[in-house]
Write a protein that binds this ligand. Sequence first.
Ligand code: DX5
Ligand code: ZN
Length: 214
Amino acid sequence: MIKIAPSILSADFANLERDINRISAADYVHVDVMDGVFVPNISIGIPVVQSIRKVTDMFLDVHLMIVEPVRYVEQFCDAGADLVTVHVESDTEENIHAAIDKIHAKGKKAGIVLKPKTPAEAALPFIEKVELILVMTVEPGFGGQKFMADMMPKVTALRKMIDEKNPTCELEVDGGVAPDTCKTCIEAGANVLVAGSAVYKAEDIPARIAELRG
Ligand code: DX5
Ligand code: ZN
């Protein structure tokens, strides 16, 4: 089954509880954390995850776009994240392993993220120990960008690697996913689709979530 993870980057932060309730038909709440260093934008952090946790039982998928995420992963787990994903480009291989281990020690799911220019093979050192791999289909940092269809061969390559090495691992895509691009992601092998603007700009959000399932 295809899962939909609306990104609250496109929500109204002054009405976050309302905007999380609006996506109750979805599977995950995708939370984009940006530090202004790893990406050229600043969004939200640990206190906001804590506050979200108090108002929803939905699965919180926390996407860390921060340098050296190993410094903060435990705090995000304690704040209520169910899954924490870290970019492979954000630190050394050793420290990415350490971040994954810390997330697991907290009893939470761990994932890795690949920026558009990062090849599928960059997932190999971690593929057997993560619960999710996220392929960026835009340059991370901002919502509302154009979908990069040229990422689909990477998604297909990762689907093959996952099926061989860790079949229960999920494969997520993030950026520019909309009714006209969701099917290509699903055909390429993704099973979790992040969508920010396509969900929050919709007139009928539950109908849009259903549409994105392909
Ligand atoms: C981008 C974020 C995405 C973003 C997606 O850096 O990781 O999650 O919110 O937004 P849309 O779906 O509008 O491209
Ligand atoms: Zn994201």
